[in-house]
Design a protein around this ligand. Structure first.
Ligand code: 8YV
Length: 328
């Protein structure tokens, strides 16, 4: 790759300040009208680029990667999750992959907490009732939801985002439980008054609210399968701001329809942008269009990380946010 000005192809529209800086530093091709790239466009990009900057909407799979030109040496993902990139094939072909960890933790945790509040307290439903002019004055029995204070929250995936959710939830009076590949540091557990469950099945059966905060990997695909969803209490709620694929969406929709679960707050879906029509019909769900990390500040910080990763790599050093297979 040309040492100083690699050809960087960016697949989507990024914040202006980021695009401007990228053009100052690199030979940069932008996507100003923000049309998502189809497979043919992606193949064309990987054939030309020294560096590809994709997002979650690009499927950088082995079919795309086998067509990559020999000059493609870095995929600097704009985003934390890399489940849309075949990292193994990339690494086998000598392509480094980086992501943007850390900078969307607090925003995603805020949105998770918002859903933890919104679903049991019927926030969206209430707002819709008012706009539909069905508010006829206060009533002791109208729009009753459920208290979250004192309830048990089970966090699946106690990484950076899971812990940030736990800090918020503790302040709201929830009891923190979690399932993770391994327990977190004892000091963190003490600070959060958190209880570790090695068995996900056992934890699920006892929680009032379950929050998904783990990445989507082959090991977490449909982690919340139909069998596991059935272990949950019918009074329980489920919140997902991680990846749709972690829950069997069809099974979840069926259970909500049957009243076997009390509600769900979902920011992510299995086949985005498509959303299961059964979910759309439910009253007890809050559905958001994958906006957990959607703050201007967060997007600029993500862009800065992408720039640092490309610049460090182009200068001949190891970029700070390399994705290594052990992480997946
Ligand atoms: C990002 C996300 O905005 O970073 C992630 O993993 O899910 C999102 O919040 C998106 O991935 C951008 O590519």
């Amino acid at each position: 790759m040309p040492a100083n000005r690699p050809l960087v192809i960016v697949t989507r529209k990024l914040p202006d300040a980021i695009e401007t800086r990228m053009r100052e530093l690199f030979e940069t091709r932008l996507n100003l009208d923000d049309t998502p790239m189809d497979q043919a466009a992606l193949i064309d990009a990987v054939q030309k680029a020294d560096v590809l900057v994709p997002t979650v909407t690009d499927r950088v799979d082995s079919k795309v990667l086998v067509r990559a030109g020999s000059n493609l040496k870095l995929i600097a993902n704009f985003g934390n999750g890399v489940d849309h990139i075949d990292v193994k094939t990339a690494l086998e072909r000598g392509i480094t992959v980086t992501n943007t960890p850390g900078v969307l933790t607090e925003d995603t945790a805020d949105m998770t907490m918002a859903l933890i509040l919104a679903v049991p307290r019927r926030l969206v439903e209430g707002a819709e009732e008012l706009k539909a002019e069905r508010f006829e004055g206060w009533s002791p029995s109208w729009m009753l939801g459920h208290r979250i204070w004192g309830k048990r929250l089970g966090i699946i995936g106690m990484g950076r985002i899971g812990q940030a959710v736990a800090r918020r939830a503790k302040a709201f009076g929830l009891q923190i439980h979690y399932h993770n590949r391994k327990p977190v540091h004892p000091q963190i557990e003490r600070d959060l008054s958190a209880t570790y469950w090695e068995s996900l099945d056992q934890m699920l059966a006892r929680m009032d609210i379950v929050s998904i905060n783990c990445p989507h990997t082959p090991a977490t695909y449909h982690l919340l399968s139909a069998r596991r969803l059935k272990l949950m209490k019918p009074t329980a709620y489920i919140v997902n701001t991680a990846r749709g694929e972690v829950i069997d969406e069809n099974a979840l929709a069926r259970m909500l329809e049957a009243g076997a679960l009390s509600g769900a707050g979902l920011d992510v879906f299995e086949r985005e942008p498509a959303v299961n029509p059964k979910l759309m019909k439910q009253k007890n769900v809050v559905l958001l269009p994958h906006m957990g990390s959607a703050t201007i500040e967060g997007r600029v910080d993500m862009g800065e990380k992408v720039i640092v990763n490309i610049k460090t790599f182009a200068d001949g050093h190891k970029p700070p946010d390399r994705v290594i297979p052990a992480m997946l």
